[in-house]
Design a protein around this ligand. Structure first.
Ligand code: 13P
Ligand code: SF4
Length: 345
């Protein structure tokens, strides 16, 4: 009988303790979802250690994913980082072409991507068979491709570029050499304007950067005349014409850090705002509005957002889906990527 009282007392005691604990959590503003997320983040960090893995993430990834990454960067920074990786596994939190580039640079490592369907509209706009015919029709041209393309397209390329080094690399090509530039026609036009070089452009574009609305941007600027407009060069020419600064995602972050202005209208994918807010917490950052009347009044990349924290966890746990590139493509694609890295020094 005494035992029974004792068990009942212990149960009530445990229940009361539990109630106090939940009350403390909710007082601190930790909701059920936050708690689950925190738990998931901690489990990812543990798994990373256990499996000797690193997480490389692009600035467009959701905030929680950026928070568990070892390195967050633009395409150039991510390629440079991928080369240095010492771990056994690279979990690439980004889109397919980025993970593929990491694999090409690091064939002995296991490269995993949380969702294999995380593609890119630019990469898709350049099917390798069509691109091969295009290059064969212009055999005297040097072939420069933006890193946002498949490994097969890179294998047909002389030099790869990113938005951070495209102008510098095109400027390094002898003036008398004709150039094919693919797949982004908007970046291509921008590079032509900056270098004064005429190039043969592939007709590809990024759906996210082509979604910015000029009319809404002008209206927003009229309300915020003290703001600086900054834009990614994948945006259309009429958007770029309004910009005080044009550059890669890393370049844009650096600009808001170093420019004395207090307010910026940011014309690129909205995921970048997470890192920007961390870097300049006291400055005002406004996403450039999209043509669509969406709730965020911004432009988001549906491909980048296919990766979630849960998928990052599952991917690390199961070590799948894994990126694989056929050997012959890997060897051919490595040459123009290495040329880019050399020319970026
Ligand atoms: P960055 O190399 O500037 O990060 O750009 C990558 C990208 O996909 C932009 O849409
Ligand atoms: Fe591709 Fe555009 Fe998404 Fe960048 S933002 S990954 S270019 S679809």
């Amino acid at each position: 009988m005494l035992d029974l009282y004792w068990v009942a007392f212990k149960s009530v005691f445990c229940f009361l303790n539990m109630c106090i604990f939940v009350k403390i959590l909710s007082k601190k503003g930790i909701t059920k979802i936050d708690y689950r997320m925190k738990n998931l983040k901690e489990r990812i960090l543990e798994l990373k250690k256990e499996k000797n893995a690193v997480i490389l993430a692009h600035y467009y990834q959701e905030a929680d994913i950026q928070d568990v990454a070892d390195y967050v960067g633009d395409s150039l920074g991510l390629s440079q980082e991928a080369m240095k990786v010492d771990a056994d596994i690279i979990l690439f939190a980004g889109v397919h072409f980025m993970a593929e580039t990491a694999k090409i640079l690091n064939p002995s490592k296991k490269v995993i991507l949380p969702d294999l369907k995380a593609g890119c509209s630019l990469a898709e706009s350049c099917p390798p068979e069509d691109f091969k015919k295009f290059t064969e029709a212009h055999p005297d041209h040097i072939v420069i491709t933006y890193v946002n393309c498949s490994a097969e397209v890179k294998a047909l390329t002389d030099i790869v570029v990113t938005s951070a080094n495209a102008v510098k690399i095109v400027n390094s090509i002898p003036k008398d050499k004709p150039i094919i530039f693919a797949p982004d026609k908007n970046l291509g036009k921008y590079v032509m304007e900056q270098t004064g070089r005429k190039m043969l452009l592939w007709d590809g574009a990024c759906v996210v950067h082509e979604a910015f609305s000029l009319d809404k941007l002008i209206a927003l600027y009229k309300k915020n005349p003290d703001a600086q407009i900054i834009a990614h060069p994948e945006s259309e020419t009429h958007i770029l014409k309004t910009a005080n600064y044009i550059g890669s995602t890393a370049g844009m972050i650096n600009y808001v850090k170093t420019n004395p202005s207090n307010k910026f209208i940011v014309a690129t994918e909205a995921g970048i705002l997470h890192k920007m807010k961390q870097e300049v917490p006291d400055k005002i950052l406004i996403p450039a509005p999209s043509n669509e009347d969406n709730t965020c009044a911004c432009s988001e990349c549906g491909y980048m957002k296919m990766n979630t924290l849960q998928k990052v966890y599952d991917c690390l746990l199961n070590e799948t889906p894994e990126i694989s590139v056929p050997d012959d493509i890997m060897k051919k694609a490595l040459i123009p990527i290495e040329r880019m890295l050399e020319l970026s020094k």
